[in-house]
Design a binder for this molecule. Structure first.
Ligand code: NDP
Length: 488
């Protein structure tokens, strides 16, 4: 039986107004903790809807760009205040639609509020440099110009924080936005856009068009009036975005997957390493691009670390995200659950030893959801699929090594390079790790999944297009530099 928890249809937001998709078609967004519960309906938009949104954004950009940056910042402060007032409601929608626990959803929404305030403040900060000219009578300096209309394509795993960390810097630097959220979490995205609407942003400055990736996402890639595309998601779609944008001369920024290692050295504080491995690997059901998936442990402490880890993993309570007792919610969708289960089968078939978990969860309250057990493998070799491909689920692969050199070699032996941690009390090992590890986020005695909004975020190798998001790094993507030479 289908329970319509909230059967509202969420429309597109174009030129300051909510409007139904021209197809009049909708799609149900369901609760992954209970597939019979519909969280809401999203509009399945067409190319015509996208065209309208892009035209509105193009028109609005002229006056938005002319506003002073501090005045644009005032709007972002207002959005932050509205989102803060709606924090619990937005977080609850996220938990229902995506599955992460209410506590995590509140944390993510609070992060979104802080990001809005951070970029509101950026409107008051310096954006250029004065450069000495060889002509003593001239003034030479750099200033920053917005790209114009920016397309924002986001995944479902952080449905509030990722869109905001792309849209807030886009707006503060004078761009206007056409946003296509992940279909899986389009209701949560609509609530975020409601906050921009309530804050009174001028019509057309921000627009949201929901619908399939192949129609609306591809439409953004191809649209001649979209000057920049910022994308977070899978490697395969990221490549399409990059190739399509490059082909028509648009700027692009891609954040994609990870296969993040944690190294546990023989001198590590093992309790600290266990806590961080569990938090980094299994929170949000492992559905973070920065999640720990490979645990590379020196032989001397392997057995002790393994026992401590398993003791804690056995205590993990899997359940509905809105239940205060739950530590780990469901996978975000049935297809994500099936992907995780198929990787677990591959792990077993390729000779890894299953120490814990590995199955879909059964039991009261779990039968209609996409729940999977927290899973730990050992005897994992670098050549195995589960040591190479991003699983995006609560699966930890334990790998035993003899030396630190071997640990770093194994850590680097993947195509991705997003985040990496080491647990050690030895300064020399810390320094070697900082120098040798191939990762954009390098973490010492801290979990792989921690990110601070005021610092650059992004990966090396296949994890990104090598640009950085967040903090002051965002200005590099969302603006073009003008070098100005003035002579009287
Ligand atoms: P996808 O790449 O499938 O989707 C991301 C977005 O792209 C969605 O909005 C999707 O729309 C859209 N899309 C799908 N097909 C196309 C297309 N042909 N053209 C343009 N856009 C398209 O990723 P997921 O949403 O499944 O997210 C999970 C992935 O994201 C994981 O692999 C994870 O590693 C990565 N990720 C990376 C992060 C990072 O910062 N490095 C952070 C978070 C996630 P629709 O939903 O309608 O299909």
């Amino acid at each position: 039986m289908t329970v319509k928890a909230e059967s509202k249809t969420y429309e597109n937001y174009i030129n300051g107004e909510w409007q139904a998709a021209s197809s009049n078609e909708t799609q149900a967004s369901i609760n992954p903790a209970n597939k019979n519960e519909i969280v809401g309906y999203l509009s399945l938009s067409t190319k015509e809807d996208l065209d309208q949104a892009v035209s509105a954004a193009k028109k609005a950009q002229i006056s938005w760009r002319k506003l002073s940056a501090p005045a644009r910042g005032e709007f972002l402060y207002k959005v932050a205040n509205v989102l803060e007032a709606r924090l619990d409601e937005v977080a609850e929608t996220m938990t229902k639609e995506m599955g992460k626990t209410f506590q995590e959803a509140k944390g993510e929404t609070s992060r979104g509020i802080s990001i809005l305030r951070y970029y509101a403040g950026e409107g008051m900060r310096q954006v250029g440099d004065v450069i000495p000219s060889t002509d003593s009578e001239a003034l030479m300096f750099t200033s920053r110009a917005p790209l114009g209309v920016v397309g924002v394509i986001t995944p479902w795993n952080f449905p509030v924080a990722i869109p905001i960390w792309k849209m807030a810097p886009a707006l503060i630097y004078g761009n206007t936005v056409v946003f296509k959220p992940a279909s899986e979490t389009a209701v949560t995205a609509a609530k975020v856009i409601e906050c921009f609407h309530e804050a009174g942003l001028p019509a057309g400055v921000i627009n949201m068009v929901t619908g399939s990736g192949s129609v609306i996402g591809q439409g953004i890639i191809d649209h001649p009036y979209i000057n920049g595309i910022t994308f977070t998601g899978s490697d395969g779609v990221g490549k399409r975005v990059g190739q399509g944008a490059f082909a028509r001369g648009a700027k692009y920024q891609l954040e994609m997957g990870g296969k993040n290692p944690v190294i546990v050295a023989e001198d590590a504080d093992l309790d600290q390493a266990v806590e961080a491995t569990i938090s980094g690997g299994l929170r949000s059901t492992g559905q973070k691009c920065t999640a720990t998936s490979r645990v590379i442990i020196q032989r001397a402490v392997y057995d002790e670390f393994k026992e401590k880890l398993l003791t804690k993993v056995r205590e993990i309570k899997v359940g509905q995200g809105l239940d205060g007792e739950t530590w780990m919610g469901p996978c975000a969708s049935e297809s994500q659950l099936n992907t995780v289960l198929s990787y677990i089968e591959k792990g077993k078939a390729e000779g890894a030893v299953l120490l814990h978990g590995g199955r879909k969860c059964e039991g009261p309250g779990l039968e209609d959801g996409f729940f999977v057990e927290p899973t730990v493998f050992e005897n994992v070799e670098s050549s195995m699929t589960i040591a190479q491909e991003e699983i995006f689920g609560p699966v930890l692969a334990l790998m035993k090594v003899d030396t630190m050199e071997e640990a770093i070699e194994v850590a680097n032996d993947v195509e991705f390079g997003l985040s990496a941690s080491i647990f050690t009390t030895n300064i020399q090992k810390m320094l070697s790790f900082i120098n040798e590890i191939e990762a954009g986020l390098v973490r010492i005695n801290a979990e792989s999944a921690g990110v601070e909004l005021q610092a650059p975020f992004g990966g090396m190798k296949k994890s990104s297009s090598l640009s950085r998001e967040q903090g002051q790094a965002a200005i590099e993507f969302f603006t073009n530099i003008k070098t100005v030479f003035v002579k009287g």
